[in-house]
Design a protein around this ligand. Structure first.
Ligand SMILES: Cc1cc2nc3c(=O)[nH]c(=O)nc-3n(C[C@H](O)[C@H](O)[C@H](O)COP(=O)(O)OP(=O)(O)OC[C@H]3O[C@@H](n4cnc5c(N)ncnc54)[C@H](O)[C@@H]3O)c2cc1C
Ligand code: SF4
Ligand code: SF4
Length: 1012
């Protein structure tokens, strides 16, 4: 049975989607079955409100933002009900995620072909609602072309199956010529209205005259009345055999007509394995529009565009930096042209001809082509798909705004339309980002506008209006895929004329006379420039608490250094902090399930709960720090004198974050929640006090340092159940976990001793080791092993004078303390560490703090030195591979004995540098078979898994991928070849031990065992 959640946390988390809109809903609910939906409709009527059906919430036009009750079906309507291989269809619930459906279909050799860029989190129900399509719409069309049947609830609570019926079948149900008389039966009125329109010549004429080009593959503007009545007015058939399928108009109806509970879709055979992508580089945008027409002559399966701005933004994104390998020079635009065929030779032959046509013509449309084959193709598509998300990573208030971002015209009209469009932008003094589905005449056009200012807001409206006029001129569609929502509804009348608009209003009235479904979308929308996330001239509520300047991180530096054209930067540290939160555009990459993979976001993956996704954290931070207690979400009487930093909602979203940095790299908009979390936590402590546990964890290394003086006593109390349970209870650690004990000798001492023994033997240069606080006190043996490995490989080793990394303090939000460590380390090491003599670390989270956090924690004048130090602070694998490249370490240095290694990378390592270099280092062992476990965060995340209230969640996260994969690997006898689980993170190794009793080892230990 459903509950309607009316607490501020739910209402804030669901007040936005991926659009610029924000409206706090009355409540949020998660129906479990169709009957719940029927009850909810009754409930909405009783409360005089409306229901907003919502799936992944990735709509860009504000479709799922509204004042009613948001009905989230992504939690319980997730079943794939039936797959029919022979007839090539699948029956699913609307909350099934597209990529998850396609994973299930793969063994059948089939797939659901309209692949939107948001395929890893958008749901079939949402795709149906928006009539979504993707890069291959050229050959596969949109969702409307693939929905065979749907089941849903109408506003009177009746359940209907929508599929193809002949008029005769309908007459059997409702009576002969039923459309000629009035009926009280809702479903009968719905069919009657459409048949009446189809049989009325004037109405049909009006529709044909005013709807966009029929040849357009992409159309998601207004209700598709033309398509639903198409067969009904086909004079070549006798009336009784004409058909109607209401799915045609339900597709793209944005939850305004009915609540869908099941969808039957047709499937396509998987595309041929042999594919190639030609990346054609153009030096002007105009050339790319013309180049598209040339490419289309060679029957590509897709042509997509990326302009210079997107390519520039991809340089700043950790994940996408790896995917821009094919870019040559500094193109104004790149056309990504996908060719498919039976053999590579055949595709190559087509590519040869196409490249000649593109490059050797009078206009020289293309100056360079890169061909990409095999698994590398997915990297190109990943970069292309990240485009929209990357755009919001532009630093500052001006953003490439979604307002006219999916207009579509026939491709041959595109060059002329674009020329007019360019002039219009010039008149308005705007620049624009261009990208995406050029093959079908749809470009994502994003003018760069600051809608926080009155002038920007005026341009927001003007650009929408002027573009609508241009689209009308070229008989295009104002939306090719993203839908109308509350953004474009206002212009439908202008585009389609009064008569057709009135039909659309009548359609809505007929289906939803009680006004239950998603009001003010498509028709009768509110002004497109109302209910935006930001109001012109709005001040940040947090200013009153912090003043303008005081932040612990230097947020502004990254804004000052951003070189992207149009980026407006930040005025103050606080402004930069708020802009960093506002970078979340709601696109929802943080809603990927564990079936999809990646690290982002473990808290969501394990719960499937929107309020635990990075997006919700960003939404709550933005709402509370901007509007404070004035937010409509806080309807109940509150003690408004209390600092907003003490809000429970803030505490809740920060508490569920593991600080794993998954978002730091995988969020295309670079929302770095780990950092935001520690900044806000410190301010929270400033207005209150730091919890004992956070205090204890951030001072842990100091405690261990003191404890080491009397280490046997320390270890006795840490491991004796009675005393250790008391300690754990005091600091609220789970009693199921063990308190780490101390090594007999610190790493620092042990390594010093070892180095003394080998003085003068080095042949290859000096390495400075970083004795991080975990290895130094708890795993000195591991530190010593690394030193021995390096000495064996011919290096001189020294541990320089330094203090602890401050990792624990950073993750607990004790930034005052972390800043001290950062400053001290930078001062101690800046003159010693260089490219020739790097600082090498063992524990990823500690050494990577030098690169990731230190430059923004130290005073501005020390930033260049901190950056330089960060560049030369290397993780063990980075150092080894650096030396391999220099030829100083080779495979000859290692034994060839067979071994199977299962690697689990540390989440900070994955986020900042990746695991590729660890794998490459293992490949130095000729007998090694290396498997990278497709896990995200292990669930321990520093102290998170130790904490009493997080213990279970922590193990459940481990159970998602990591534990089952290791169990399977260990069960495999593998012909006597030893199987080793390896994890560079100390907390990951502890988690694997606690979770499944397997001793994982650091990669260094394996390399040491195999070194000759
Ligand atoms: C970065 C980015 C890239 C995008 N790229 C593309 C793209 O390539 N192609 C494309 O087509 N779109 C794209 N979109 C838009 C969006 O992702 C798609 O429209 C997507 O299919 C929406 O799915 P969703 O599950 O998020 O639906 P939601 O946003 O939750 O809902 C979409 C609509 O469906 C309705 N709805 C949902 N469930 C039901 C139900 N059970 N009954 C009735 N109505 C329902 C909702 O009310 C809403 O109107 C992109 C968006 C972003 C942020
Ligand atoms: S946090 Fe990042 S991934 Fe998540 S919705 Fe916001 S922008 Fe998208
Ligand atoms: S740091 Fe990890 S847990 Fe926190 S929001 Fe980012 S991905 Fe989610």
């Amino acid at each position: 049975m459903y509950t309607i959640h009316t607490d501020p946390l739910h209402r804030i988390a669901y007040a936005t989607d991926a659009s610029a809109y924000r409206e706090v809903p009355q409540g949020v609910t998660f129906p479990e079955n169709e009957q719940d939906v029927v009850y909810l409709i009754e409930e909405a009527k009783k409360r005089h409100t409306h229901l907003i059906p919502r799936a992944g919430g990735t709509s860009i036009a504000g479709q799922v933002v509204g004042s009613g009750i948001v009905v989230d079906i992504s939690k319980h309507f997730k079943k794939i009900l039936e797959i029919n291989k022979e007839e090539r269809w699948a029956r699913v619930q609307p909350g099934v995620v597209l990529d998850e459906l396609n994973l299930a279909l793969e063994p059948y050799g089939l797939f659901f072909s309209p692949e939107t860029s948001t395929s890893n989190r958008c749901c079939i129900g949402g795709m149906f609602g928006n009539n979504s399509c993707g890069s291959h719409s050229l050959i596969y069309g949109s969702t409307r072309h693939h929905v065979l049947e749907a089941r849903g609830v109408l506003c009177d609570g009746s359940v209907e199956v929508f599929k193809t019926y002949t008029i005769r079948e309908l007459e059997e149900r409702f009576g002969n010529h039923f459309w000629e008389s009035q009926s009280n039966l809702l479903i009968q009125s719905i069919y009657a209205q459409l048949i009446r329109w189809a049989l009325d010549e004037k109405t049909v004429h009006s529709i044909e005259e005013n709807y966009p080009d029929k040849t357009l593959r992409r159309r998601s503007c207004g209700y598709a009345i033309d398509e639903v009545i198409e067969d009904l007015h086909d004079d070549s058939k006798p009336l009784e055999y004409r058909t109607v399928n209401l799915c045609k108009v339900l597709a793209g109806s944005e939850g305004t007509l009915a609540f869908i509970t099941e969808i039957k879709v047709d499937l396509d055979p998987l595309p041929p394995k042999e594919k190639m992508v030609v990346c054609a580089h153009c030096d002007t945008l105009q050339k790319s529009f013309l180049g598209n027409l040339v490419a289309l002559q060679f029957h590509p399966s897709a042509v997509e565009l990326m302009d210079r701005n997107i390519l520039e933004l991809s340089k700043q994104n950790v994940e996408q930096q790896k995917n821009r390998f094919f870019v040559q020079g500094d193109p104004a635009a790149i056309l990504i042209i996908e060719l498919r065929g039976e053999t590579r030779a055949k595709i190559d032959a087509v590519a040869d001809q196409m490249e000649r046509a593109l490059m050797q013509n009078d206009e020289q449309l293309v100056y360079a082509c890169s061909r990409v084959y095999g698994s590398e193709i997915s990297k190109v598509w990943s970069l292309r798909k990240a485009g929209l998300g990357l755009l919001t990573s532009m630093k500052g208030d001006a953003k490439p705004i979604g307002v006219i971002e999916d207009t579509a015209v026939a491709p041959e009209k595109l060059p002329a339309y674009m020329a007019d469009f360019g002039q219009m932008l010039e008149k308005l003094g705007l620049s624009c980002v261009y990208h995406a589905h050029i093959s079908t005449g749809e470009l994502h056009l994003r003018p760069i506008i600051n809608i926080k200012e009155a002038e920007g807001l005026r341009k927001f409206r003007e650009v929408a209006y002027e573009t609508a006029l241009l689209v009308k001129k070229y008989k295009g569609s104002l939306s090719g895929e993203h839908g109308d929502g509350r953004l474009r509804g206002e212009f439908i009348q202008l585009l389609y004329g009064d008569k057709v608009y009135a039909l659309m209003q009548d359609l809505k009235k007929c289906w939803d006379p009680d006004q239950v479904f998603n009001l003010h979308k498509i028709v009768d929308t509110l002004p497109m420039d109302s209910m935006l996330r930001f109001e012109v001239g709005q001040r940040y509520a947090i200013e009153k608490v912090l003043g303008l300047g005081k932040t612990y991180y230097n947020w502004k530096a990254a804004f000052d250094e951003c070189k992207v054209e149009g980026a407006t930067g930040a005025k103050t540290q606080l402004h930069a902090l708020m802009c960093s939160i506002e970078q979340c555009n709601g696109a929802g990459d943080c809603r990927k399930s564990n079936l999809i993979g990646g690290t982002l976001c473990p808290a969501f993956k394990v719960s499937g709960d929107e309020t635990k996704a990075t997006r919700a954290r960003a939404n709550v931070l933005r709402e509370i720090l901007t509007r404070g207690w004035e937010s409509e979400a806080f309807t109940q009487a509150l003690n408004k004198d209390k600092s907003i930093l003490k809000s429970e909602e803030l505490a809740e979203v920060l508490d569920s974050c593991l600080a794993c940095k998954g978002c730091r790299s995988e969020c295309p908009s670079n929302v770095d929640m780990t950092r935001l979390r520690s900044e806000i936590l410190q301010h929270k402590y400033d207005v209150g006090c730091m919890p004992l546990r956070s205090f204890a964890v951030s001072w842990m290394a100091t405690v261990e340092q003191l404890g080491h003086i009397v280490w046997p006593i320390y270890n006795f109390f840490a491991s004796w159940n009675f005393s250790s349970n008391i300690i754990k209870r005091i600091i609220k650690f789970s009693t199921e976990r063990d308190i780490p004990t101390l090594s007999r000798m610190t790493m620092r001492k042990a390594v010093k001793k070892e180095c003394r023994r080998h003085q003068g033997q080095a042949t290859k240069g000096k390495v400075y080791l970083f004795a991080d606080e975990f290895t130094n006190f708890q795993e000195a043996e591991l530190g010593l092993t690394f030193a021995k490995l390096l000495i064996r490989l011919g290096y001189e080793v020294e541990i320089p004078k330094h203090v602890e990394s401050g990792r624990a303090a950073i993750s607990k939000g004790n930034l005052k303390l972390a800043k001290k460590f950062a400053l001290r380390n930078v001062n101690l090491l800046k003159d010693k560490i260089s490219e020739q003599t790097p600082l090498v670390g063992i524990e990823p989270s500690c050494i990577l703090s030098f690169r990731d956090e230190y430059p923004d924690l130290v005073p501005t004048e020390l930033r260049p030195q901190a950056q330089q130090l960060g560049r030369n602070a290397l993780l063990f694998d980075e150092f080894i591979m650096h030396e391999v490249t220099a030829g100083r370490i080779t495979m000859e240095d290692f034994k060839t004995d067979a071994v199977e290694i299962w690697l689990h990378g540390h989440c900070h390592q994955k986020a900042l540098v990746g695991t590729e270099k660890t794998v490459a280092a293992f490949k130095l062992l000729a007998g090694a078979q290396v498997h990278v476990i497709p896990s995200g965060c292990c669930g321990m995340a520093g102290s998170f898994g130790y904490e009493k209230e997080h213990y279970k969640t922590s193990l459940t996260i481990g159970e998602m991928v990591l534990f089952p994969t290791i169990r399977k690997a260990m069960d495999n006898t593998n012909n006597g070849v030893p199987t080793i689980v390896s994890a560079p993170g100390t907390s990951c190794r502890q988690q694997i031990l606690d979770g499944i009793g397997v001793h994982a080892v650091h990669p260094i230990e394996i390399l040491y065992r195999w070194v000759k």
